[in-house]
Unconditional design. Structure first.
Length: 236
C-alpha cells in the first residue's frame, strides 16, 4: 500500500504549470481565492491504494506521487473524476492535463509583453506624468489627481497579482511593489496638509510644513520617479 507523499518541489511545479487554475476541461477556476487561500486539490491520476479510482498495482509509490501522476483540480472536479473512473480514464485525464498545461505555457510566453502593455495603459490612464512626476505639490493643483494616483496604485497592484505577471521577472514585480508602497506613504503624508476647494483644487494649508514633509520624502519621491522612468515605456 502506497502513502501520499508529494514533495514540495512537485507541488510548486504542478501549481506553476497549471497557472494556479483547475485543469479540468472548460473550468479554469482560480485555485487561490479572494482571501489568498489555496483551494486547489492535487489529485492522483492513478489512485495510490487498492479500491481508489484508477488504481494500478503495477505502479510504485515514487511514480504515484510524482508530478506525472498528478493533476491540479478544484474540489468539484476532483469529485467528478473520482466518482466516475469509467468515463475519466487515466488516458483522458492525462490528455486533459497536457492540454491545460500547454495552454498555460503559451499564455506565460506571451504574458510578459502584455504585462508591460497594461502597465503603460495604467500610467497613461491616470496621467501619472503630470499628476505626480511633474507635480511639486507646492502650488494648487486639481484635487482629483490625488484620487487618480490612488486608483493607479490599486490598478498596478491588481496587475502584479494578475495572470500577466507570470511572464515577468521577480525583480520587476519587486520594483513595482516598492513603487506602490512608496506612493501610498508619500501621498498619505502630502495630502494631510491640503484640502479641496469648491473649484476642485487641492489647496495647501501650511506651505512651510508641506515643504518640510517634501524634504523628508525627497528620496522616496526620487525612487518613485526613477521606477516610473524605467517602466513607463517598457513595452516600447
Amino acid at each position: 500500500m502506497a502513502s501520499r507523499n508529494i514533495s514540495d518541489l512537485t507541488k510548486k511545479s504542478l501549481y506553476a504549470k497549471s497557472g494556479n487554475q483547475c485543469a479540468f476541461d472548460g473550468c479554469n477556476t482560480s485555485l487561490i481565492d479572494e482571501k489568498e487561500i489555496n483551494i486547489g486539490q492535487m489529485c492522483h491520476i492513478h489512485g495510490i491504494n487498492p479500491g481508489s479510482a484508477r488504481y494500478n498495482s503495477d505502479l510504485d509509490s515514487d511514480y504515484l506521487n510524482s508530478e506525472e501522476n498528478l493533476i491540479l483540480l478544484c474540489g468539484n472536479h476532483h469529485k467528478t473524476i473520482d466518482s466516475d473512473p469509467i468515463s475519466y480514464t487515466p488516458e483522458i485525464i492525462i490528455q486533459m492535463k497536457r492540454t491545460h498545461e500547454d495552454k498555460i505555457n503559451r499564455h506565460i510566453k506571451g504574458s510578459g509583453n502584455r504585462f508591460f502593455e497594461e502597465l503603460e495603459i495604467i500610467f497613461k490612464k491616470y496621467d501619472f506624468y503630470n499628476n505626480f512626476y511633474c507635480n511639486d505639490f507646492t502650488v494648487p493643483f486639481r484635487s482629483d489627481c490625488i484620487y487618480k494616483i490612488g486608483y493607479l496604485r490599486y490598478d498596478i497592484e491588481d496587475l502584479i497579482n494578475s495572470f500577466y505577471s507570470y511572464g515577468i521577472s521577480s525583480k520587476v514585480q519587486n520594483d513595482l511593489r516598492q513603487f506602490t508602497n512608496l506612493l501610498e506613504d508619500v501621498m498619505f503624508n502630502i495630502t494631510g496638509f491640503m484640502h479641496s476647494t469648491e473649484q476642485g483644487f487641492a489647496k495647501i494649508n501650511d506651505i512651510e510644513q508641506l515643504k518640510e514633509i517634501l524634504k523628508i520624502f525627497t528620496e522616496p519621491i526620487k525612487k518613485i520617479n526613477n521606477i516610473y522612468e524605467i517602466y513607463r515605456y517598457a513595452n516600447s
